[in-house]
Design a protein around this ligand. Structure first.
Ligand code: SF4
Ligand code: SF4
Length: 366
């Protein structure tokens, strides 16, 4: 039995913020039952028990939302208790939690440090770009509150990285954002492309990220990072580290760079399981941890052909000189004819930056 990664959504899509581009609000609106409320302790116990009975070697338990901390600290204390009780195969457990960082206090920070959680905090940059779309329920900006909590995390020694959504407004501001992150010692960064609603023609929303803008963003960010890398003081940027890993013959950690969808277990608040965070909709439901084992869920994924379908790429990919590195990108941003919406962005980026990436890889391997 292999290691296993579960991503639990204990608060379903419930959130104390109202970001304009939230993909999970869109996902929920496409389900018969939009919200599954809050996960009960019984469901949490069923998930931990089944997952840990299956796991071997290691197990990652990631919590995401909506906003998972709305479940309260006791919920996560229970989770640790169950992990101790049901870890029958003595696997190494890594806990992770993605938060909007809006409503946290010292107790959360202490808990995260004590239990070695890796935290992801959503921040889109400095006040102007962050507050553009990341608002509270009164439609006010959230930047100041989140920065206050980030400083509290830094003082407490919480392990965290910053997750920034690249959208139509943040992409052109990347130079300022990068400088802001450097100045504030935010050294572990992850940038993810903003998604248009599922099934909608991309590029029509105010926040939409169009391929050319994304390509320019990647080049600018890479060049900033490269200058710092030459001085030996570059931040960790997941996207670029993954490309270098591929060039060194290693497997990228990010599933959208592997060329095939990952084997994931995304668990909604009622215990239902789905194959990917982007497909938590009724037609993709694989089962429920109250009734089904990990094996039965795997069988349902196989029957659906979820991973196999992600191998279907457009004809242009097979002739593309960047295929070995690009691998066709995330399935969620491929269109009906399998065309990768961000293909143009990737080509712009590889045209401009591949020589420097090869140079870095060569230096590392030497
Ligand atoms: S759709 Fe994208 S994010 Fe989801 S599993 Fe596939 S590659 Fe990963
Ligand atoms: S750059 Fe475009 S054509 Fe080339 S592999 Fe990536 S998605 Fe396919």
């Amino acid at each position: 039995m292999p290691p296993i990664n579960v991503l639990i959504k204990p608060a379903s899509g419930n959130c104390n913020m109202r970001c304009d581009y939230c993909f999970y609000y869109d996902t929920m609106s496409k389900r018969e039952q939009p919200s599954y409320g809050f996960m009960t302790i019984e469901t949490l116990e069923a998930v931990m028990c089944k997952v840990l009975a299956y796991a071997e070697g290691s197990c990652t338990v990631a919590f995401q939302g909506g906003e998972p901390t709305l479940c309260g600290l006791e919920f996560f204390e229970k989770s640790i208790e169950f992990q101790k009780r049901y870890n029958v195969n003595h696997v190494r457990i890594q806990n992770a939690l993605q938060t909007n960082g809006y409503n946290l206090d010292q107790k959360w920070a202490d808990f995260f440090v004590e239990n070695d959680f890796l935290i992801g905090i959503s921040l889109d940059g400095g006040p102007k770009v962050h507050d553009c779309y990341r608002k509270n329920t009164k439609k006010e900006g959230t930047f100041l509150q989140i920065m206050k909590n980030i400083e509290m995390f830094q003082k407490a020694g919480v392990k965290f990285n910053i997750l920034s959504v690249v959208n139509g407004k943040t992409a052109p501001a990347i130079r300022k954002t990068y400088e802001f992150y450097r100045k504030n010692h935010l050294d572990y960064l992850q940038f993810i492309a903003c998604l248009d609603p599922l099934g909608e023609n991309p590029g029509t929303r105010e926040y939409s990220l169009i391929p050319e803008a994304y390509g320019t963003f990647l080049i600018e960010l890479f060049n900033l990072w490269y200058e710092d890398l030459k001085l030996g003081k570059q931040p960790y940027i997941r996207h670029f580290e993954n490309y270098i890993a591929i060039l060194l013959g290693q497997a990228p950690e990010s599933c959208d760079m592997r060329g095939i969808c990952g084997k994931q277990y995304v668990v909604e608040a009622d215990g239902s399981v789905y194959p990917c965070d982007f497909y938590v909709i009724d037609s993709f439901r694989l089962g429920n941890f109250h009734e089904d084992s990990v094996r039965q869920i795997d069988q349902a994924r196989d029957q659906m052909g979820f991973m196999e379908k992600s191998l279907q790429k457009e004809a242009a990919c097979s002739d593309c000189r960047y295929l070995a590195l690009c691998r066709g990108g995330c399935t969620r941003t491929r269109q009906e004819d399998h065309h990768q919406y961000f293909c143009r962005s990737y080509q712009m980026f590889f045209d401009a930056c591949l020589p420097k990436m090869l140079e870095i890889a060569e230096k590392i391997s030497r």
